[in-house]
Design a protein around this ligand. Structure first.
Ligand SMILES: Nc1ncnc2c1ncn2[C@@H]1O[C@H](COP(=O)(O)OP(=O)(O)OP(=O)(O)O)[C@@H](O)[C@H]1O
Ligand SMILES: [Mg+2]
Length: 222
C-alpha cells in the first residue's frame, strides 16, 4: 500500500521543502519513495539538481494529483511525499489534503508564524477531518520559547510532533551542495537526529492509524 504524506502550510519559509527532502531521503533508505513537487518555483529540483537519487515528479496540474489514489504507476512507491507552495489556493490545499494519509504542517517556532498556521488548520484541516500534525521548525535549541509554543498548541489540542526540528547551519550547506542532510555525514549529525526522529514519529503514527482503521473495518485507500 502507498502512503501519501503532504507537507503543507500557506505560510512561506516554514521548512516545507526542507521537511519534504529530508524526510524523503531518510525514508528512502528503507522504502521506495517519490516526491511530487506542486510548487511552481520547483524548489525541489533547484535544491537536489538533475542528479537527484530521489524520484521527483512535478505536478503542474491538479487533475494529476486528484487521480493519484487510483493511479497504479504512482502507487508503485511505498511513500509519496507532496511538497506544496506558500499561499496555495484553499481548494487546492483541500484536494491534496484529502488524498493524504497524513498532512505535516511545518511551522516556525515563532508567534508570527503560529497565527496563520492555526488559521490554515481551522479553515482547511479540521473542518475536512484531515489527519495532520504540526512540526515546529527552525527552533533555536536553547530557547525557552520552544516549550511555550508547544504548550500553547497542546492546550488547543493541536496534534504535534514531539520532536522539534532545531535550527542548524547544516541545512544551508545541504542546499548549497544539492543534497539532503543524510548525505552530509557526521557534520550534520544533530540535524539528522531530528529528521530521523520525525520520520520515526510518522511511521509510528501510521502504524497506530492503520491499527485503528483495521479495527474499524476499513482503510482510507481501499
Ligand atoms: N531546521 C532548520 N535550520 C536552519 N535553517 C532551516 C531549517 N529548516 C529550514 N531552514 C531554512 O529555511 C529556509 C526556508 O526553508 P524552506 O525553503 O524549506 O521553506 P518552505 O516552507 O518550503 O518555503 P516556501 O514557502 O517559500 O516554499 C531555507 O533557507 C532553509 O534552508
Ligand atoms: Mg518550499
Amino acid at each position: 500500500m502507498t502512503t501519501i504524506l503532504s507537507i503543507m502550510n500557506p505560510k512561506g519559509g516554514v521548512a516545507k521543502t526542507t521537511t519534504t527532502i529530508n524526510l524523503a531521503s531518510y525514508l528512502s533508505r528503507t522504502y521506495s519513495v517519490a516526491i511530487i513537487d506542486t510548487d511552481p518555483q520547483a524548489s525541489i529540483k533547484t535544491w537536489l539538481g538533475e542528479q537527484s537519487p530521489l524520484k521527483i515528479y512535478h505536478a503542474a496540474h491538479l487533475s494529476q494529483l486528484k487521480a493519484l489514489p487510483s493511479n497504479p504507476r504512482a502507487l508503485a512507491f511505498d511513500f509519496i511525499l507532496i511538497d506544496t507552495p506558500a499561499n496555495m489556493k484553499p481548494r487546492h490545499a483541500e484536494i491534496i489534503a484529502e488524498i493524504s494519509q497524513l498532512v505535516l504542517v511545518p511551522c516556525k517556532a515563532s508567534k508570527l508564524d503560529l497565527e496563520p498556521t492555526l488559521g490554515f488548520i481551522d479553515t482547511c484541516l479540521i473542518p475536512n477531518q484531515i489527519p495532520f500534525k504540526v512540526l515546529l521548525t527552525q527552533a533555536i535549541p536553547t530557547s525557552s520559547y520552544n516549550e511555550e509554543i508547544k504548550n500553547l498548541l497542546l492546550e488547543q489540542r493541536i496534534p504535534l510532533f514531539s520532536t522539534i526540528a532545531r535550527h542548524y547551519q547544516a541545512y544551508i550547506h545541504a542546499v548549497a551542495n544539492h543534497m539532503s542532510i543524510f548525505d552530509m555525514g557526521y557534520t550534520a549529525g544533530s540535524a539528522q537526529n531530528d529528521y530521523q526522529r520525525i520520520a520515526q514519529e510518522v511511521l509510528e503514527h501510521l502504524k497506530q492509524t492503520s491499527l485503528t482503521s483495521t479495527l474499524s473495518g476499513h482503510t482510507k485507500l481501499n
